[in-house]
Design a protein around this ligand. Sequence first.
Ligand SMILES: [Zn+2]
Length: 231
Amino acid sequence: MEQVVVLSVEMHFLGSEDVVHPVVLMDHQSRVLVDCGPVGTLERIEEALRAHQIEPSSITHIILTHQDHDHVGSAAAHKRRYPSVKILCSEEEKPYIEGSKVSLRLEQALSMQDKLPEAQKSFGESFCVLLRSVEPVAVDQVLHMGQHLSFCGGTEVIGTAGHTPGHLSLYLEKFGIIIAGDAIALEAGKPVIANPQFALEQTKAVASLEYLLSLGAQKIICYHGGILDLR
Ligand SMILES: [Zn+2]
């Protein structure tokens, strides 16, 4: 039976607390984890999976929506513990996730460091240390925008550039559910662009948000903020 399970995982981020929402797509053949938490959260992800009666070793694929540390941070640890899991992401994000290119977020943070007010410099430095601690992971399969995957009764890969250039979202046609990643965040129940000041391409980020909202989905699952119910 096909099923979509939304996890809630606590994330500690440089002194603040947050909850993020990886998603599991289940069908008779595969169990696909979409995004997998920041560095050091493998145990918390395992706990969240078991709370839904999903054995972590049964995860067959991990789809990474984009290269940011809070989405890919525990992918390498996951793959080490469960070597048969396949890692999937867009072609554009692959070199950053595999570590052959410096992550665009680290590049951005480094370029902003000199311009930060004195009071924020140490936070900026800690953020750079955090970003450098992300372990690269080998990507097994590249996804293309518009590609149809068999997962969960039919899943379309939707290009949602902006937050990062190769950001992808997923549309589960059968369920009318969009998994937005960071293309949409929920703030006080409202769909917004995640951290607009840090969107790598702001105009595209706005267009991606509007595009996802125009698809007529019943629910949008946001990694930051949870479920937006549009029924
Ligand atoms: Zn994020």
